[in-house]
Design a protein around this ligand. Structure first.
Ligand code: DAH
Length: 345
């Protein structure tokens, strides 16, 4: 081994000017690969006389470190060039590709519900997610001691005063906003996110989505309500779907009803989804309570109306037989990709 040999490699390394990732890799092999010039010097180093080892050993180690650093520097520069589009490595290589996103199942069903009611002449109305007590409870005829006004059920943003701010617990609040803002007759559909202070489980979540419907005009009757729901259900679940209405209670409707749809899995025979009954509960509804009309400045002698409200996740669960509500909020791509083909719906 001679100083000249080492100097020659140093000079070559100084002169090295590799631009592309491919050239950098070739240079690495030339200097540091198994048969590279620096590797060869290390091989030779093993055979030299012990008194020279210290001198050459140091020089070789410095050279090797410098070579590694320079090649790393060139590699980074080449990668930056590619990233910034300054250099194109090999035009014949396949592109890196990116995944197309798809719509969330809740968005798909929300759109489907909205589209169906749009066909019936409903407009979309929206309201704030942070609401006040008036729009969520008071104007909807909730008595002062109703359990929904308890901290246990509702997330309060600011408590303590007469009209506290809270996260809306249902989209019925948008009914009130619509009555305040729109001219009669009113025919709106109100999709949105709602919040309840619930422990998260397969059947309950603290955030979910609802669609509210409201129709107010002269001479609106329960028969109109029944017909609107039947038409909706047939569009959503198929032409042979049936409905069943059970008496119920909501502060803002009188009379009130809950609606079941015939089970679209067993077609009424009874299965584990409908728990053997042949029916699945899908929404609440009723005739708008005259107290609600009056609280919103509408003459209840002249006008009447109906309202309904349904959970979007619930409809999606029935449509796709998803048995755990948590799937909708965990952003697991394996779950979300199952709905890619539903895009065309
Ligand atoms: N707001 C009710 C809930 O969150 C759903 C509902 C029931 C809405 C009956 C309505 C209705 O408009 O008439 O459970």
């Amino acid at each position: 081994m001679t100083n000249e040999q080492i100097q020659q490699v140093i000079d070559e390394l100084k002169a090295l000017n590799a631009k592309t990732a491919k050239e950098v890799e070739e240079a690495r092999i030339r200097f540091l690969g198994k048969k590279g010039s620096i590797t060869a010097l290390f091989e030779e180093f093993r055979t030299i006389a012990p008194e020279y080892k210290k001198l050459y050993g140091k020089a070789l180690n410095v050279l090797k470190q410098e070579a590694i650093a320079k090649i790393e520097e060139l590699r980074e520069a080449a990668e930056n060039d590619i990233a910034s589009g300054r250099a194109v490595e090999d035009m014949s290589l396949p592109g890196s590709g990116y995944e197309l996103g798809s719509r969330h199942p809740v968005s798909i069903v929300r759109q489907e519900i909205v589209d169906i009611f749009r066909k019936f002449g409903y407009d979309v109305a929206e309201g704030p997610e942070i609401e006040d007590d008036w729009h969520v409870f008071e104007a909807l005829n909730f008595p002062p001691n109703h359990p929904a006004r308890d901290m246990q059920d509702t997330f309060f943003v600011s408590a303590g005063h007469k009209n506290p701010l809270l996260l809306r617990t249902h989209t019925s609040s948008v009914q009130v906003r619509a009555m305040e803002k729109l001219k009669l007759p009113i025919r709106v559909i109100c999709p949105g996110r709602v919040f309840r202070n619930e422990a998260i489980s397969a059947r309950a979540h603290c955030i979910f989505h609802q669609v509210e419907g409201l129709y107010i005009d002269e001479n609106v009757t329960f028969a109109d309500l029944k017909q609107a729901i039947l038409l909706f259900v047939r569009e959503m679940f198929g032409a042979d779907a049936k409905i069943r209405m059970r008496p119920s209670y909501f502060p803002f409707t009188e009379p009130s009803s809950e609606v079941d749809v015939s089970c679209n899995i067993c077609h009424g025979k009874g299965c584990n989804i409908c728990k053997g009954t042949g029916w699945l509960e899908i929404m609440g509804c009723g005739m708008v309570d005259p107290n609600v009309l009056e609280a919103n400045g509408i003459d209840s002698k002249k006008y009447s109306g109906f309202a309904f409200g349904m959970g979007i996740e619930r409809i999606a669960m029935l449509k796709w037989q998803v048995n755990d509500l948590r799937h909708y909020f965990e952003n697991d791509l394996r779950f979300l990709h199952e709905f890619d083909s539903a895009l065309e719906v």
